[in-house]
Ligand binder design. Structure first.
Ligand code: FAD
Length: 318
């Protein structure tokens, strides 16, 4: 079922959802199942599965020189979505990226999704590769997420890249896109970034999921500004509980977000990693309760591996 239908059917009740990152190569899917199982009691209508773009590895050749090879560190998102969907009988949402994929590869991925009964996809540009300073589009791929949204919507109306396929059973994807309450790190201003978000919605995006934020004021203002420029699709807040002291530097650096002073002080005062996790959980609970009271359609949690903290939050909020 489409995310937008799940929201409609909930009649104003806030839903619980989360996203997972596929484990690195060599691990077993059982580990993923073990992390998801404890969260199923909160009835997530959908679970997102992220996609990682390609990476370079350097192999030492016989002559001692290094050879650069391309690889993917994690198993395929669509396969994981299919496995989770059928094991837990839940909608799964693969993340589809511009970076690292040609338009043709994107089309194959979408065709697979359609065959597997996946009704939603999240369309994202992706980040620069590790050695790049700025995002560089893949040859034959898209530059920005709005172009990817357009491709997905074209396919949904039977317009594939090189042919038109008329079928009763055509794909009809509900498409999510990313929004940034504190603006995307490359954008010169929040207003400019919002215009780009509007372009994604105008291209056909059906809902928005936000980047993590730790101050709800940023989300509420973002939603107001988005509505003011005609973005009328659901804007789902993304919540991430702080889990380690390193997050104090890492999250602002990687995601270009602000951490409130009170949260920083509480984390800094912790003596053990268990105390840090508890501070992160309590902060996310307080954020979630306020957002739920304000009537957000879904609370979407970023779960990076272990799910115990997300479960503790869900127990307090749902
Ligand atoms: P875009 O919407 O294309 O925007 C990128 C930048 O370009 C912005 O600064 C925007 O203002 C600007 N811009 C947009 N359109 C135009 C245009 N037409 N002309 C000029 N400028 C433009 N990354 C992954 O690798 N895998 C994932 O699974 C993943 N999941 C995510 C899920 C969520 C909910 C979020 C919030 C982010 C996720 N990301 C993921 C990270 C995302 O890929 C990065 O934040 C990326 O840098 C931007 O992606 P985007 O889709 O927002 O890009």
């Amino acid at each position: 079922m489409k995310v937008t239908d799940h929201i409609k059917n909930a009649n104003g009740k806030t839903l619980f959802s989360f996203e997972i990152v596929p484990p690195q190569k060599g691990k077993n899917i059982q580990e993923l199942y073990n992390n998801i199982t404890p969260l199923m009691e909160f009835n997530p209508p959908f679970i997102d599965v992220t996609t990682s773009r390609e990476e370079y590895v350097y192999i030492t050749r016989k002559d001692g020189l290094l050879e650069r090879k391309i690889t993917r560190m994690r198993p395929g998102t669509v396969g994981i979505c299919a496995a989770i969907k059928h094991k837990f009988d839940v909608d799964t949402i693969p993340h589809v990226l511009c970076g690292g994929f040609t338009r043709e590869e994107t089309e194959y991925m979408l065709v697979d999704c359609h065959y597997l009964g996946i009704d939603n996809v999240m369309a994202l540009r992706g980040d620069a590769m590790k050695h790049q300073r700025y995002f560089e589009p893949t040859e034959g791929g898209h530059c920005y997420a709005n172009e990817l949204v357009a491709q997905i919507k074209d396919l949904s109306s039977g317009h594939y890249l090189n042919e038109v396929i008329e079928s009763e059973n055509h794909a009809d994807f509900c498409v999510g896109v990313a929004g940034y309450p504190e603006k995307h790190l490359e954008s010169p201003s929040l207003e400019t970034d919002l215009k780009k978000l509007k372009a994604k919605v105008d291209a056909g995006a059906d809902y928005v999921v936000t980047q993590m934020f730790f101050n709800n004021k940023a989300y509420f203002e973002f939603v107001e500004k988005a509505k003011a420029i005609g973005i009328n699709v659901p804007i789902i807040p993304g919540i991430k509980p702080i889990a380690t002291k390193k997050h104090l530097q890492l999250l602002p650096h990687v995601f270009s977000i602000d951490l409130p002073e009170a949260l920083i002080e509480s984390v800094e005062a912790c003596k053990t990693s268990a105390e840090v996790r508890k501070v992160g959980i309590d902060w996310a609970i307080q954020q979630s309760k306020e957002l739920k009271a304000a009537g957000v359609p879904v609370l979407h949690y970023y779960s990076m591996g272990k799910s115990d903290n997300i479960k503790a939050i869900a127990e307090a909020v749902f």
